[in-house]
Design a protein around this ligand. Structure first.
Ligand code: GLN
Length: 251
């Protein structure tokens, strides 16, 4: 890492559903709060990816933007691989997660080539999986329960040598009881929310990977309250859930 941590927000004009840009803001904020200078490098669609960033963020996208993003990303695969080989991290959410695999099902079920950074592939599911998700992360990460929101049609299969980010306690994730992937500096997940504002420990996990140091805790009560509210909401059912939804809409 150079003296300034560079966070690449990749194709926010194509891959940015459900406020995935918030992931970049949280990484920038949590780095600066530890005295690490950080900057967000926006990479609009049609622009080659730089190989000089420390953390790359691929967000979610609807089917047509996802196809457009795949073409550009394939052209920049070498730059991304150089950065990852040099110790960079990558957070890939939903469409972005599907794109880091060998192939995925695009609109109409047509199979499209991905980046093949990780041994996984995505096929169309019988329906869309929509709603709140709770994931119990792989114990090796030391991370607490991950909360998020998902909306996707694809089902993702990991190759035998790959391990998921965690096990799904609520929701669908990859579609087989697991969610996402952990592969070196790469974290893939189906979770929006966006995922890092809801799960600051996951943001610190990425920051620790690229800085090479464990980061101390940050005292941010508003983040703790938000997280606690989302964790409990995901476990509510029936009338308790409807009451909580009404409270949410009243603000
Ligand atoms: N288009 C993809 C799917 O439906 C990804 C959706 C998303 O990123 N939210 O599976």
């Amino acid at each position: 890492m150079s003296s300034v941590l560079r966070i690449a927000l990749v194709y926010p004009d194509l891959l940015g559903t459900y406020g995935d840009r918030g992931n970049a803001l949280v990484l920038e904020h949590r780095a600066r709060a530890r005295g690490i200078e950080a900057t967000i490098v926006e990479v609009p669609a049609g622009t080659p990816l730089p190989d000089s960033c420390d953390i790359y963020l691929l967000g979610g996208g609807e089917d047509a933007p996802q196809v457009a993003a795949a073409e550009g990303l394939r052209a920049s695969r070498a730059a991304l691989t150089r950065a990852l080989d040099g110790g960079a991290a990558l957070l890939a959410v939903c469409a972005g997660f599907q794109l880091i695999g060998h192939h995925y099902a695009a609109a109409g079920g047509r199979s499209m080539e991905g980046l093949a950074l990780v041994d996984l592939h995505t096929v169309p599911g019988p329906d869309r999986i929509i709603g709140e998700v709770l994931v119990e992360p792989d114990p090796s990460t030391g991370l607490p329960t991950i909360t998020g929101f998902e909306n996707h049609g694809g089902r993702t299969h990991l190759g035998p040598g790959e391990r998921p980010l965690g096990r799904v306690r609520r929701g669908g994730g990859n579609g087989d009881g697991s969610d996402g992937v952990l592969h070196g500096g790469i974290v893939g997940t189906y979770l929006h929310g966006p995922v890092l504002p809801r799960n600051p420990a996951l943001a610190d996990h990425l920051l620790a990977h690229v800085t090479g140091t464990a980061l101390g805790p940050l005292d941010e009560p508003v983040v703790d309250r938000y997280r606690a509210e989302r964790l409990s909401f995901a476990t509510l059912t029936g009338s308790a859930r409807r009451r909580a939804e009404r409270r949410l809409h009243r603000g």
